[in-house]
Design a protein around this ligand. Structure first.
Ligand SMILES: [Zn+2]
Length: 176
């Protein structure tokens, strides 16, 4: 039923219908009528450039899980200026490569949920090599349910990703 994926819960799971729709939906953070945007006053994260800031998560079970936000407060891809839409491909490739350079990682999944803050951000999540239960959309469910990594593990892994990004930027600059 889950096409090769497995969720971190004992089976059998039972399929249930969704609840009634809520329309209009409550405003998201950073939308008119909603709570203030918490990303607009972001710090410089673990790595940043003119357009983007890369952040460690507050908590995570899989170190190397990171979120990337635009400096600009816009909601989604469709709201980004054209130069940032194009630049997103560049920065996403850089971040993916930097996380993969940690080693022991099969894939880096990128999730753009869009149901939380109305300030453009995406999540990068590493799937540990060989963890085939957690392919595709099962990975964030596992991430949410595995034991939490220590704050120092999250910080050290974030620092390693940031160092890889700085090294890559330096080599790109010298190649140009
Ligand atoms: Zn914002």
């Amino acid at each position: 039923m889950l096409h090769g994926m497995k969720l971190p819960f004992a089976e059998p799971l039972t399929v249930i219908p969704p609840g009634p729709r809520v329309v209009p939906e409550p405003p998201r953070r950073g939308e008119p009528g909603g709570e203030p945007c918490g990303i607009c006053d972001q710090d410089e994260g673990i790595w940043a450039d003119a357009n983007w800031v890369l952040h460690n998560p507050v908590g995570a079970s899989l170190p190397g899980t990171l979120w990337l936000a635009s400096r600009l407060h816009v909601d989604s891809f469709k709201d980004l200026p054209a130069e940032l839409v194009a630049d997103f491909g560049r920065v996403a490739a850089l971040v993916e490569g930097a996380i993969l350079s940690l080693g022991d990682i099969a894939r880096v999944h990128m999730y753009r949920w869009g149901d939380g803050a109305a300030h453009f951000h995406v999540w990068f999540m590493p799937r540990p090599l060989g963890m085939l239960d957690a392919t595709r959309f099962a990975l964030p469910v596992w991430e949410d349910n595995l034991p939490q990594a220590s704050a120092s593990d999250i910080e050290q892994t974030g620092n390693a990703v940031a160092a890889a990004l700085v090294a890559k930027a330096a080599s790109t600059a010298s190649a140009g």
